[in-house]
Design a protein around this ligand. Structure first.
Ligand code: GAL
Length: 403
């Protein structure tokens, strides 16, 4: 009798990749990777887990690995990579391909911090995103005076004008990671000192202090520009509201640009990208990286995938579609649109001037336990459970408890 194994099982030349890239723009970007791998004879077995920010993907991944059924590779962010490396020891070692291809010379140190553990390469960074962006519908901005806001007061004036013009000023989805994404930018906009001392140093006085109260007050103000149906809305549906002109703007990482491009929108013509007012020159970054699960020696397919991900031509093609910027310093900006060129220049500037910070909302400032403690307070406040002074106190207490 012939025993037939499940058709679902990946062959030696396939990679099964767990990721959370399920929106239109994200799927287009992953298509670039799939196509690239197929030219190398590596097949793609998709393991998507919807949910921006990747919390749900991490839950599914843990269940898979605990059940002895690790995927070939997985998308991962920042401190989650460190956590997986330390607590499980199941991540594959990519030193051979990293050394052969000279990753150490071209990957910015801020990313290597997460790609390496105990001196070994354990992840291949495919991009750099950042969270302090605002995406504005161009016609809505023109109708609101036409000037992109440079500071908080100008931002409020534009939002008020959009409201007066009868559209939803701010497109937002009420999910903890989206609230936290706005909070990244709002805190940075109050001051980079506040961002650094509260989110990077976890300084109790900063977490619970007057400037943090100010940041929460700004969140309350932004909440007043959101429509009634925001609760639970996916981020890409919020992007669609801006694309369709139903809303004026979205405060979101540059993966949002992938949605605008997918909808054939042109930067400068149909939409405008600006740094969150008051944060120009500073960047809160997150980098999507692929970890490989240990199979003894890295398989040929794993090595091929890591090499593809790090190839400079691929990094250009992929990031042009994804909305992010390359994870290597030697990729020319030629093929990028104006927002992408700005993203590359801003990243380089922030990196050299000390204005580059890991994104709290996207796991590059703290381990998940602390990130989730911050999420809870930010969302409770956004939903009106705490006033701003209470929220700052609760934030300091929640972080202290999670440490
Ligand atoms: C981020 C990730 C991005 C984007 C976004 C929304 O955490 O880094 O690549 O996919 O989530 O899903």
């Amino acid at each position: 009798m012939l025993l037939v194994s499940s058709v679902n099982v990946a062959s030696a030349n396939d990679v099964e990749v767990l990721h959370w890239w399920t929106s239109g723009g994200e799927a287009a970007a992953i298509g670039v990777l799939k196509d690239d791998l197929s030219t190398k004879g590596v097949g793609w077995k998709d393991m998507p887990v919807a949910g921006g920010g990747g919390s749900d993907a991490m839950t599914v991944l843990r269940a898979r690995v605990t059940g002895g059924n690790a995927p070939t590779a997985a998308q991962m962010l920042g401190f989650d990579i460190k956590d997986w490396a330390e607590s499980t020891g199941k991540l594959g070692n990519l030193n051979a391909v990293a050394e052969k291809e000279g990753w150490a010379d071209v990957v910015p140190a801020a990313l290597q911090e997460f790609s390496k553990h105990d001196g070994n390469w354990i992840a291949a960074p495919v991009n750099v995103h950042s969270t302090n962006w605002v995406w504005i519908n161009k016609s809505a901005l023109d109708a609101a005076g036409g000037k992109a806001p440079q500071n908080w007061d100008e931002l409020v004036a534009v939002l008020d004008a959009m409201k007066a013009n009868g559209i939803t000023p701010l497109a937002h989805g009420g999910q903890a990671w989206q609230d936290a994404t706005i909070f990244d930018a709002v805190v940075l906009g109050v001051s980079s000192d506040l961002y650094k001392s509260a989110f990077i140093d976890l300084d109790e006085a900063a977490l619970g202090g007057a400037d943090m109260v100010k940041a929460f007050e700004r969140m309350t103000k932004l909440r007043s520009y959101v429509d009634d149906n925001f609760s639970g809305r996916d981020w890409n549906l919020a992007s669609a509201m801006v694309i369709e002109g139903k809303a004026g703007m979205q405060m979101m990482g540059d993966w949002a640009k992938g949605e605008f491009l997918k909808a054939d929108q042109k930067p400068g013509e149909d939409f405008v990208c600006i740094r969150f007012p008051g944060t120009q020159g500073k960047v809160t970054f997150n980098s999507d990286q692929f970890v490989m699960f240990d199979q003894g020696d890295a398989s040929d397919a794993q090595v091929a995938m890591a090499a593809s991900v790090m190839n400079p031509t691929f990094q250009s093609a992929f990031n042009v579609v994804k909305g992010s910027v390359p994870a290597r310093t030697d990729v020319p900006n030629t093929d990028f649109d104006d927002c992408g060129k700005k993203g590359m220049a801003d990243f380089a500037e922030a990196n050299s001037s000390g204005g580059l910070y890991g994104s709290m909302a996207h796991g590059h400032a703290n381990p998940a336990s602390i990130k989730n403690a911050i999420y809870d307070v930010v969302t409770a406040h956004f939903n009106g459970e705490y006033d701003s002074a209470t929220a700052a106190k609760e934030l300091a207490a929640a972080v202290d408890a999670a440490k």
